[in-house]
Design a protein around this ligand. Sequence first.
Ligand SMILES: NC(=O)c1ccc[n+]([C@@H]2O[C@H](COP(=O)([O-])OP(=O)(O)OC[C@H]3O[C@@H](n4cnc5c(N)ncnc54)[C@H](OP(=O)(O)O)[C@@H]3O)[C@@H](O)[C@H]2O)c1
Length: 410
Amino acid sequence: MADEGAEMIEETEHMIEKNGEKEPENVLPAGDAKEMRAVILSGFGGLNKLRVTKKAMPEPQEGEVKIRVKACGLNFLDLMVRQGNIDNPPKTPLVPGFECSGIVEAMGEGTKGFEIGDRVMAFVNYNAWAEVVCTPLDYVYKMPDDMTFPEAAAFSINFVAAYMMLFEVANLREGMSVLVHSAGGGVGQAVAQLCSTIPSVTVFGTASSFKHEAIKNSVTHLFDRNVDYVQEVKKISPEGVDIVLDCLCGENTGKGLGLLRPLGTYILYGSSSMVTGETKSFFSFAKSWWQVEKVNPIKLFEENKVIAGFSLLNLLFKQGRCGHVKTVVEKLFSLYNQKKIKPVVDSLWALEEVKEAMQRIHDRVNIGKLILDVEKSPTPLVNPEPGHEPDQTSLESPEKWLCSEVRHPT
Ligand SMILES: NC(=O)c1ccc[n+]([C@@H]2O[C@H](COP(=O)([O-])OP(=O)(O)OC[C@H]3O[C@@H](n4cnc5c(N)ncnc54)[C@H](OP(=O)(O)O)[C@@H]3O)[C@@H](O)[C@H]2O)c1
């Protein structure tokens, strides 16, 4: 990665924490092209650890692409990173974010295949939530012509993870059944759309009740997240399901394995249940892993069941599988160009609104993906429908507009 080592140096007025910690003061003149805005996580914990600062402009190293960022994806994982609720957390301060879209501004030595001005989306191993990002060319993809920057930022992690779990780990085929939790979320909606590309796939989903009206057409059977979904699934399909996608972890691991038909696959790919309050709960952490530890391989053998794990970021950044991921991205772009899939954007937020955006995902309100729009000023978007007057509730209106615009693929 490029050395983005210069310290954060100037907080934007919007984010100044009157009583919070101050970052080192090493102020560059405003408007200097050698600096950029970025979101900084100053330490693990609550929302007050996030702020926007000025940082030194990164320059691309050999094999890297420098991207003028337009939009960044905000994932549930970013919330877990903020809390320090992940394995081997990196050192703080850091710039969060693992994906972005934008325009190629420069290339490092030996960087082939891109030109200045290319519209691209990229994976980044942290540092995505900034005006400018440098990342190795293996993690950068030219966007389809019709794809918008917010769509591209909503695309990479959600659709690549959903695709690889369904088609490469679990081998989804015609007539199969899938259970997915958080069905209204970024990954959940990607899973639902990808399932709809295969004939006769039954999708069981769980989600907060208020989302049901909005997402009811994307899955076959929808249950409130608080009901006993094992019983509800068994009422409809007594033999269970072929694929369980579990991003909740904890006791859901046992339930998911119990729901599998013979030769079915359970995939653990997240641990959302560990998030309870604003900061990390060691109790939830311990409880979740204690439940998962109870899986008995001999039982799997007797019952003909498969248990798997999936982590896209580890695959990319620790296990060197970016070549493999590139082939998946190409397949997904083809589905996008055929209008079979389309990322669902929940809402757009300025960098300076990162706290509000993160609180939204924590409060389970999002339907689809939250996007940080780097060029957006920290004011509510205005609903384009005639007669709509911006008011105190106008933050909600554009979200509805965005969802109705992009939720259902044609
Ligand atoms: N392994 C991988 O490669 C990979 C890649 C991407 C994401 N993930 C995982 O997939 C899951 C979904 O990620 P996402 O980014 O698409 O998020 P998301 O589903 O868009 O948003 C989070 C949603 O999760 C549900 N939820 C469940 N437990 C929650 C909790 N304790 N606090 C708040 N919300 C909770 C809520 O929906 P309801 O209230 O409707 O249930 C909430 O709206 C996360 O666990 C994430 O870590 C894994």
